[in-house]
Every structure is written in structure tokens, then in C-alpha cells.
Design a protein around this ligand. Structure first.
Ligand SMILES: [Zn+2]
Length: 335
């Protein structure tokens, strides 16, 4: 079973132009590092256009584009983005395309309704994850929304964005009640516990080690650390071996390494006592430079590197686990 455990769908604000702008800014670091955009100031429209970023990046896409972007994949996880303010603007998942039947004007307050609606359109393909923000209308409202999203809307997991929403996962008041509810609902939680190049995001709330209290207080919660904790990959992987129910999701990290580096990293994981069953494939589609097929093929080709270097191969069953079976087990789709 091949699963992409990390994707985003629909828009990120009621203003569609903002979604494109947000994606473009998120991609700035990539193009700056490649020398395609100036590193000392914001690019002009012409400079953006010259590297193909006039409307690329975090595109506003619907269910059919999502499926078309994932040939050969069995399941795709759609992550809601809960409401938050960015530069005074309310952002979060909205349906500007009109592909859902959620009534009323587009608003991030209905992020979970939109994702549930899209999940319902292709229930055999999409797995919808809810999102809540305890810093938006308080933790009580966030907990109530999580309960509604799972018991009434049928969403199957939770995505959290602590650093973007300026709260710490180690905060007993803002964070613990959410994990307590996740434990009660028996749903997995994917946490963006990794860095961000967005100036507004708080790095002091981003470290994977901040999840330690969650692991100790809520050991039954199946917790996935998004992006393998980049740039704290070693720290995130150590958390995975410390806490039996912690896992790491590959997006972002996989885009920053070559196939050879990925191969050596997988070997290294076993040496640092992290079973490969802890790793799950994700792409962050459409938010990263490589498409899901390219990234999947990168995982599948690590043993070509092994053979070239005359080093031990990674067993195919372990690679199949990373590409979907490990996540299917977390979701209890398989034993
Ligand atoms: Zn993402």
C-alpha cells in the first residue's frame, strides 16, 4: 500500500491570491539557495516570473488535481489548517473553488468541514485530518471542535501547527487538553514540530524535544513528527526511539537529501536504534519542489545506491513499510 501522509488541499485564505503568495514566499528559500532569486531583498514580479513562480508554489488545488498528482498511490492524507492570524489576516483551509457543499462564504472556521466534505467525495482514497488552534478561540473551543470534527464529521486524525500559531506543545494549559481529547478519541496526531523559514513562525516552539511531555503524559497517542523534525532530524528520530508511539513523517527532509544521503540516513537510523517502522512517507504536496512520484521513486531507488557502493541493501519490506504500510498500521488499516 502506497500512502502520502502529508498533503494540503484547497485554499489558505478567503482571498485566493493570498494562497499563491503564501506558497511563493514559502518557496523563496529554495530558489534563493539555488541562486535563482536575490537573497538580500524580496524579489520583483519579473524575477519571480523568470523562475516560474508567478503563480506556482502552494497552488489552490481541488480533489481531482490532488488525485492526478498521485498516480500509483492508494491513499492520500489531507491535512486541514486551522484558523490563525498572519499579519492581521485570518488564514486556514478554505474552499474558494466551490468543490465542497459546505454552505456560506469561505472561512477558515470551517476548515474541518471542508476537509471532511472532500474526504467524503473519495472515501477510499482520502484520509482527512482535522486541525484545531487553542490560541484562536481558546483551548475549550479547540477541544470541542476536535470532538465535533471526529465524531460528527468523521475526520480520522489531527494536524497541529504549534510554531505557526504561537503555542508550545509542552504547555499544560494550551496543549495537554487537546492531546487528552485525541487520546480519548483514539486518533493519531501529526504535529508540525520542525522549523519553518517563515519569519512569523516561532522557532522556540518548534523543537521535537518539546513533545517529550506529551509522550510521557499521553503514551497511548500515536504521534507523528512532521518533516522528521527538520532541522532537528536527529532529535526527532531520538524522540521516536524514546517513545513507543512516536513516528516521523518524511516530507521536507526527503527533499533536502540526495538518494545516496537518504540511503545512508536509513542505515544510520538502525545504528541509532530507530526501527525503520518508525518512518512514514509524506510529500507536503503541493507545497514542495518535488512531486510525490519523484519522492516515492527516491525511496525506491536507495538500493541502487547500495549496490553501486557495494553496501548492504535495505530490505524491500522495510521500504514498503516506509512508503505506506507503516502508516496503514498507525491508521489500523492493516495489522
Ligand atoms: Zn505541510
Amino acid at each position: 500500500m502506497i500512502i502520502d501522509a502529508h498533503t494540503h488541499i484547497l485554499g489558505l485564505a478567503a482571498d485566493p491570491a493570498f494562497t499563491a503568495e503564501y506558497g511563493r514566499e514559502g518557496s523563496l528559500c529554495i530558489y534563493r539557495a539555488q541562486g535563482k532569486l536575490p537573497s538580500h531583498r524580496m524579489p520583483t514580479e519579473a524575477e519571480y516570473g523568470a523562475c516560474g513562480l508567478s503563480h506556482d508554489g502552494f497552488l489552490e488545488i481541488g480533489p481531482s488535481e490532488m488525485i492526478a498528482g498521485h498516480p500509483g498511490f492508494d491513499r492520500i492524507v489531507l491535512l486541514a489548517m486551522s484558523p490563525q492570524f498572519l499579519d492581521g489576516r485570518l488564514i486556514g483551509t478554505v474552499d474558494n473553488l466551490g468543490v465542497t457543499s459546505v454552505p456560506g462564504p469561505p472561512t477558515p472556521e470551517k476548515c474541518n468541514d471542508y476537509i471532511a466534505d472532500v474526504q467524503g467525495q473519495h472515501p477510499d482514497t482520502f484520509i482527512g485530518f482535522a486541525s484545531v488552534n487553542p490560541n484562536y478561540k481558546g483551548v475549550k473551543a479547540a477541544v470541542a471542535e476536535l470532538e465535533r470534527a471526529v465524531t460528527e464529521l468523521g475526520l480520522q486524525g489531527l494536524k497541529l501547527y504549534p510554531m505557526y500559531q504561537h503555542w508550545s506543545p509542552a504547555d499544560p494549559i494550551l496543549s495537554f487538553p487537546i492531546f487528552e481529547k485525541a487520546a480519548e478519541l483514539d486518533i493519531p496526531v501529526l504535529v508540525h514540530q520542525a522549523g519553518s523559514t517563515r519569519v512569523d513562525a516561532r522557532m522556540d516552539f518548534a523543537r521535537p524535544a518539546l513533545l517529550d511531555d506529551i509522550g510521557r503524559n499521553f503514551p497511548s497517542v500515536r504521534l507523528l513528527i512532521a518533516h522528521c523534525g527538520t532541522p532537528w532530524v536527529e532529535e526527532a528520530m531520538f524522540m521516536c526511539t524514546k517513545h513507543p508511539n512516536f513516528f516521523a513523517e518524511l516530507s521536507y527532509h526527503i527533499s533536502t537529501v540526495t538518494t545516496e544521503e537518504l540511503y545512508r540516513w536509513l542505515l544510520h537510523l538502525e545504528q541509532m536504534f530507530v526501527p525503520l517502522e518508525k518512518v512514514v512517507f509524506g510529500s507536503d504536496y503541493p507545497g514542495f519542489t518535488y512531486d510525490p512520484v519523484h519522492l516515492r521513486d527516491k525511496v525506491l531507488s536507495v538500493n541502487e545506491v547500495a549496490r553501486k557502493l557495494d553496501m548492504p541493501e535495505i530490505p524491500q519490506a522495510k521500504l514498503d513499510g516506509i512508503l505506506g504500510d507503516n502508516f496503514a498500521r498507525i491508521m489500523r488499516l492493516i495489522d
